[in-house]
Design a binder for this molecule. Structure first.
Ligand code: XIL
Length: 317
């Protein structure tokens, strides 16, 4: 007999979903939790870990719901993607209702991150540290953090998160960067510059909110993932959904087949690239999506039945 054939282990790209805690814990909606537990390895709280929810008043944190979500994930062997520490949206009134000096806002930024990441040290394994800091043309988005602190807020956020949990993987997260373009180029330049300065960043989260009007082919997405790998960075699809609103008048079978083809190219690109470690869809079922019912963007239909997109995804992963 020859040497036993070693079958290369298929690299396991983890499949995650954004969850809404009201539905996750709704006894009247058991299929929501059941579908999550059966098909997904990780969850991203859709809004429950944003600044407005966790720090509703300055220095007053409310972790009640976030604790429930993390405890549920741990009890079921699921990972949690923390989303998101620093963003220009979902800001509470105490932050937006006054002016700040640069030093004051830096203290707010570092205290928020130290408190939140520190609380879940060793329990939340990945964080979207900074979300949506760029405009589509590759220039800075003028949010509160940028206008008060300057571009350095990004490096300071990553450094604060790393101090609070050195083992957590830290991501920069944004949308419309799933192809080589002005925005993904600017983000790549930022990320490689941070690494060169010794700022801890592990990867780029591509939100991947796409549609038949805008989506990357497998080759286009692989090109972005390869570029990240060459820089020592992970890539993830962090908020994947394929919005069909524009095809409202297209017969269901036809539009869901097109949707499945779009999913297929992106999932295959991630499976093909060693640096792509997780695909997270921005929700579980078309019954609940922030895009509204016409979007029908997710892997399970409004009755929690698997769609063509789920069939092709499962075949690849
Ligand atoms: C959205 C959630 O889906 C909504 O429930 C919430 O009201 C607003 O935020 N990009 C992001 C996500 O990074 O945090 C946003 O999620 C969708 C766009």
């Amino acid at each position: 007999f020859g040497a036993p054939q070693t079958v290369p282990l298929r690299r396991q790209v983890r499949l995650g979903a954004a969850t809404h805690q009201k539905r996750l814990f709704d006894a009247a909606e058991p299929l929501y939790q059941q579908t999550f537990l059966s098909h997904f390895d990780s969850l991203t709280p859709e809004y429950e870990m944003k600044i407005a929810q966790l720090q509703p008043a300055q220095g007053q944190f409310d972790f009640t719901i976030a604790d429930q979500i993390v405890a549920f994930a741990e009890a079921n062997g699921k990972q949690v993607r923390g989303h998101t520490l620093i963003w220009g949206n979902s800001l509470p009134a105490w932050l937006t209702g006054r002016t700040w000096t640069r030093e004051e806002l830096l203290q707010v930024l570092e205290n928020h991150i130290a408190t939140v990441v520190g609380r879940y040290r060793g329990r939340i394994t990945e964080w979207d540290v900074v979300n949506e800091a760029f405009l589509d043309d590759g220039t800075w988005r003028q949010n509160l953090w940028l206008t008060t602190i300057g571009p350095e807020y990004i490096a300071r956020a990553f450094q604060a998160a790393h101090r609070a949990d050195p083992a957590a993987k830290l991501f920069y997260n944004d949308y419309s960067i799933e192809r080589i373009n002005s925005k993904s180029n600017a983000i790549h330049t930022l990320a490689t510059s941070l690494l060169a300065q010794g700022v801890p960043i592990d990867g780029i989260g591509m939100q991947a909110h796409v549609s038949p009007n805008y989506y990357p082919t497998q080759a286009q997405l692989e090109a972005v993932l390869s570029r990240l790998e060459a820089a020592g960075l992970e890539g993830q699809l962090t908020e994947l959904d394929v919005n069909l609103t524009q095809l409202a008048d297209t017969p269901a079978a036809e539009k869901f087949e097109l949707q499945a083809q779009i999913y297929q190219g992106m999932v295959a690109a991630c499976q093909a690239r060693p640096g792509c470690t997780r695909i997270t869809t921005w929700g579980i079922t078309d019954k609940y999506t922030y895009l509204g019912s016409a979007g029908a963007p997710l892997l399970f239909d409004t009755q929690y039945g698997p769609k063509r997109a789920m069939e092709v995804t499962r075949r690849i992963l």
